[in-house]
Design a binder for this molecule. Structure first.
Ligand code: HEC
Length: 467
């Protein structure tokens, strides 16, 4: 009732009222116009002053001639034509490729290349202002990028101590995907602990045809530390009672460089060991002759024995068969029990074209559950290895259950779906599916675990108490 009256009153005010309101509005508007002007004093971002610095930090490692991206973003002239596309891809967080959900689980990574909200804002405002160059005098010195054909870890460690090569393989111009599986000797004659490893496809042509590489280390082990269930590892018991085991050493896929183990942890290589390669090749329209992939190994000094041993595990995100019906969003899960206390160093989901999301959850022996990581925006073109910062890498007690959940989107609404009418199961081809997680697990002695755990608790407490 009240409002009804009010409305008719307003109406009855008629023209006079309208004019009055207009006048009041103008009056009110006047000072606010002045304030906006004051704020506007902050100039639009320019390429020379602002955007070039962001590109140097977050884009140019890939967007330079001879690297993986289709165009160079080294100079203003090269970047300017892409301004609109750049705005779209940074706003949607499609670029730089970094697909982990930043709002849940562990949020600090050694290799984080994502843009901050402020950086996205700067790029968007730059494009909206017409993508100006600004004053060339503001340009930063160009970055001196390492040779893309060189070992990427060379800037930290120099040339590898040991280089192991796959056998030559000729990739035809067209045809089905190929899996090349030669086994080669490492040539190692003594036990060595490994600090870092890098897999390097040949440059430039190998980069175009190598989809991913697995390098398994075959050697005689006295006993195997590890998990209650570890798919991906296989072991033969020899007459001597020792075991000849093939454990995954390193995985490489587009977007990945190398692995560096934290101080005090490393992988162990034994004498007479071998590398079993699995190189997934796909044709790109031109023949690539005698392609060879290289594995570079950096050792710790001979007399140094790290406290803990790191083992690369494949955690299946399924039990039994993968079953992805046409037109559906399918969920599968796998459980793995830690048979010793451990620290998880990284998170690297592996799925194919219909892969949508993957998460890792820890269920502690106390029943407490914790979401460790979640990639909610998986893109099969990118096999990104999210490497945890040392002070946040999860430290878990013996008996923890690791639960991997994988989501595959076989609906027509998924733009990466090659055929929503197909039933899809497990398989090697990219149109088949997979659901697993690569994690480097560093096994700890109970005492080490307790120390680390106590350190973490103390750090948490200090953080909570600081204002
Ligand atoms: C890890 C490597 C990498 C980084 C870092 C990276 N890009 Fe890219 N970018 C690529 C690759 C590869 C493609 C082509 C395939 C694709 O689109 O996924 C691409 C595509 C693009 C495209 C789309 C081009 C087109 O064809 O429409 C834009 C725009 C772009 N990147 C901008 C950026 C910007 C801006 C940054 C930094 C803020 C950045 N990228 C960081 C590798 C990278």
């Amino acid at each position: 009732m009240q409002t009804q009256h009010l409305r008719s009153d307003i109406r009855s005010l008629g023209l006079v009222g309208t004019l009055l309101t207009l006048a009041i509005c103008l009056l009110l508007a006047a000072p606010s116009v002045a304030t906006t002007k004051a704020v506007d004093v902050e100039p639009d971002p320019t390429f020379a002053k602002d955007v070039s610095r962001i590109f140097q930090e977050k884009c140019q490692s890939c967007h330079q001639p001879g690297s993986v991206a289709p165009m160079s973003l080294l100079t203003y002239e090269q970047s300017r034509p892409w301004a609109r596309s750049i705005k779209r891809s940074v706003e949607s967080r499609r670029m730089p490729p970094w697909h982990i959900d930043q709002n849940v689980g562990i949020r600090k990574f050694k290799n984080d290349r994502s843009l901050t909200d402020a950086q996205i804002d700067t790029i968007v405002r730059w494009v909206d202002a017409g993508a100006p160059l600004g004053d060339p005098a503001d340009m930063p010195e160009p970055v001196e990028w390492p040779d893309p054909s060189a070992w990427q870890l060379a800037s930290q460690f120099g040339e590898p101590d040991l280089i192991i090569r796959s056998e030559p393989f000729t990739v035809p111009a067209t045809g089905q995907d190929k899996w090349w599986r030669p086994t080669v000797d490492t040539g190692l004659t003594e036990e060595r602990w490994v600090k870092a490893i890098e897999i390097r496809p040949s440059h430039p042509n190998g980069r175009k045809v190598v989809h991913h590489v697995l390098a398994s280390l075959i050697q005689e082990e006295k006993g195997i530390v590890g998990l209650a269930s570890t798919a991906g590892d296989d072991t033969t018991v020899l007459p001597s009672g020792r075991r000849r085991s093939a454990g995954l050493f390193m995985e490489w896929a587009v977007g990945k460089v190398g692995e560096v183990f934290p101080d005090g942890a490393g992988k162990l290589m034994l004498p007479d060991s071998q590398i079993r390669w699995e190189v997934h090749y796909h044709s790109y329209g031109e023949e690539v002759k005698d392609d060879v992939v290289e594995l570079g190994v950096y050792f710790y000094p001979k007399d140094y024995i790290p406290e803990s041993r790191t083992i690369l595990h494949l955690f299946q995100g399924r039990t039994g068969e993968l079953d992805i019906p046409p037109g559906e969003l399918a969920v599968s899960q796998g459980l793995h029990v830690l048979s010793a206390p451990a620290r998880l160093e990284n998170f690297q989901p592996h799925m194919h074209m219909r892969g949508k999301a993957m998460s890792l959850e820890a269920i502690y022996p106390t029943g407490k559950r914790e979401l460790i990581s979640m990639v909610d925006n998986f893109n099969w073109n990118w096999h990104i290895n999210y490497v945890y910062d040392e002070d946040v890498a999860p430290v878990l007690p013996q008996g923890t259950v690791l639960k991997v959940t994988a989501w595959h989107d076989n609906r027509a609404t998924n733009p990466n779906n090659p055929d929503p009418e197909q039933w899809v199961g497990y398989g090697d081809r990219t149109v088949d599916e997979m659901a697993h997680l690569w994690v480097d697990v560093t096994y700890l002695e109970q005492e080490q675990y307790e120390d680390l755990h106590a350190q973490r608790e103390a750090a948490k407490k200090a953080e909570n108490e600081s204002p």
